[in-house]
Ligand binder design. Structure first.
Ligand SMILES: Cc1cc2nc3c(=O)[nH]c(=O)nc-3n(C[C@H](O)[C@H](O)[C@H](O)COP(=O)(O)OP(=O)(O)OC[C@H]3O[C@@H](n4cnc5c(N)ncnc54)[C@H](O)[C@@H]3O)c2cc1C
Length: 316
């Protein structure tokens, strides 16, 4: 999967992102925690492209502090009723369902208890979808979703009620690895364009690729991309073999998103004025790469997680 996603992103970043959004994240949640009926009902249609699902985890006001969410679900004559707001949901306006994280029980000893995951049909009355305009990744919209007493049948509960956070956590490692592969695809595209440009752009009667400053940029891009790629492969190997990969998936996401931001910035520096123009792809790589420093998890939080695992006190 990481090889496929990297290659798609290298050719057309947004295609890799769309593929990851619709084919990797949602289906993995259903595959991991859905019951047999849900798997039978949803997975073949998802695989055939007949159904699309997006992920609604982030609440507007709580951001990266996902457990402070205020989107709530109450049981109502055997079914559920959802109230709240989700922010930045990718592809919601073209999706059939949203996999929604909500709080089902308050007043438990731990914030991580009392969370549940639902498959919500986006055509259900009470849902409003608003598109939000953004800097990059323009072929897939981000949306605000509002839920006003939205009725969800009991059979659309995914996994165990009140244990949704622990379920989602397992899928988040996988998601971080895939996002890292997207970033490396983007960085690789910037690298290839920059090398090509450095070979052909002649200034002071020589190709700019002969100048040491440009060669340093190119070498630095390559080292960061290759380091991130190796981290991704290690994390993916662990995940594939059902081994713990929390540290490795977070490291891969951090290294790959930083490699992408760095490579696209250096790529633009190499192409200078032309890289800034809309007729060249470099400006698009640069805009797209910015997102993954803070989505799906911010790099500051990734550092918090890593530092905690390295023996320092929890900082959040
Ligand atoms: C284009 C786009 C697409 C997205 N798609 C989806 C999607 O499909 N589904 C979904 O559920 N979400 C989605 N998101 C949401 C994304 O996951 C969030 O943007 C992200 O979790 C951060 O939340 P926030 O933007 O509200 O930042 P905030 O939580 O407000 O953070 C602001 C800043 O404070 C820092 N910060 C906060 N707390 C700490 C701390 N304890 N220590 C150090 N630093 C801290 C953060 O790292 C960050 O730098 C998307 C976002 C974008 C921009």
């Amino acid at each position: 999967m990481v090889i496929a996603v990297e290659e798609l992103a290298r050719e057309m970043f947004v295609l890799g992102d769309i593929y990851a959004q619709f084919n990797c994240f949602g289906p993995t949640v259903i595959k991991s925690f859905g019951n047999e009926e849900q798997k039978k009902n949803f997975l073949p249609k998802l695989a055939k492209g007949q159904l699309r699902i997006c992920l609604g985890i982030t609440d507007g006001h709580s951001g990266i502090d996902a457990l402070a969410l205020k989107t709530t679900t109450e049981e109502n004559s055997g079914d559920f009723s959802i109230k709240g707001q989700k922010m930045f949901v990718a592809g919601a306006q073209v999706s059939d369902y949203v996999i929604l994280m909500t709080r089902t029980t308050w007043n438990l000893s731990k914030k991580s208890n009392g969370i549940s995951i639902f498959m919500v049909d986006l055509k259900t009355p009470g849902i409003t979808i608003k598109r939000i305009s953004k800097l990059g990744i323009k072929a897939i919209d981000s949306c605000e979703l509002l839920f006003d007493n939205v009725r969800v049948p009991r059979e659309n509960l995914l996994g165990q009620k009140d244990y949704g956070w622990y379920q989602i956590l397992e899928v988040l490692n996988y998601k971080r690895i895939i996002i890292a592969a997207l970033c490396v695809g983007c960085a690789q595209a910037a690298f290839e364009d920059a090398v090509q440009y450095a070979k052909t752009r002649v200034i002071f009667s020589r190709p700019i690729g002969q100048y040491q400053a440009i060669q340093d940029y190119i070498s630095d891009m390559y080292v960061k991309i290759e380091s991130a790629r190796l981290m991704i492969k290690k994390a993916a190997w662990l995940q594939m073999n059902n081994q713990t990969c929390f540290i490795e998936s977070n490291m891969a996401k951090l290294a790959a998103s930083e490699a992408a931001v760095s490579a696209t910035s250096k790529g633009m520096q190499i192409m200078a004025g032309y890289g800034f123009m809309m007729e060249h792809d470099m400006q698009g790589y640069w805009r797209d790469s910015k997102l993954f420093g803070f989505a799906p998890v911010t790099n500051e939080m990734v550092c918090n997680f890593l530092a905690e695992r390295l023996g320092l006190p929890r900082s959040y």
